[in-house]
Design a protein around this ligand. Structure first.
Ligand SMILES: [Zn+2]
Length: 105
């Protein structure tokens, strides 16, 4: 979480995890992600969805792009937590996407 970063000048949005190599998709303030502990970051739709999938208790709110928060929320359901760690074990519920856990239930 880096609330001091200027979303217009940053190379990637504030929601991009440092170990996630993917580029931003769209404006860096398309959505706002609240981590459930009082921190908020703006992010692009792509990284907003990934952050939402990775943080337990996180919420997403609209940013500068109409509909982006809704799309990011929908996308986050099928994204595994910290999906950029491609060699991580994926057996525990906390390591699987919400959609995968819903199918197992
Ligand atoms: Zn981004």
């Amino acid at each position: 979480m880096d609330q001091d970063r200027d979303p217009q000048s940053a190379e990637r949005c504030a929601a991009a995890h440092i170990d996630d190599p993917t580029p931003c998709h769209g404006p860096h303030d398309a959505v706002t992600i609240l981590d459930g502990t009082g921190n908020a970051d703006t992010g692009c739709e792509h990284h907003g969805a990934r952050m939402l999938a990775s943080i337990d208790g996180a919420r997403i709110e609209p940013g500068s792009v109409v509909g982006a928060a809704t799309r990011a929320f929908a996308a986050s359901q099928a994204i595994r937590p910290f999906c950029w760690y491609e060699t991580a074990p994926r057996t525990e519920p906390s390591q699987l996407s919400r959609a995968e856990n819903a199918r197992r239930a």
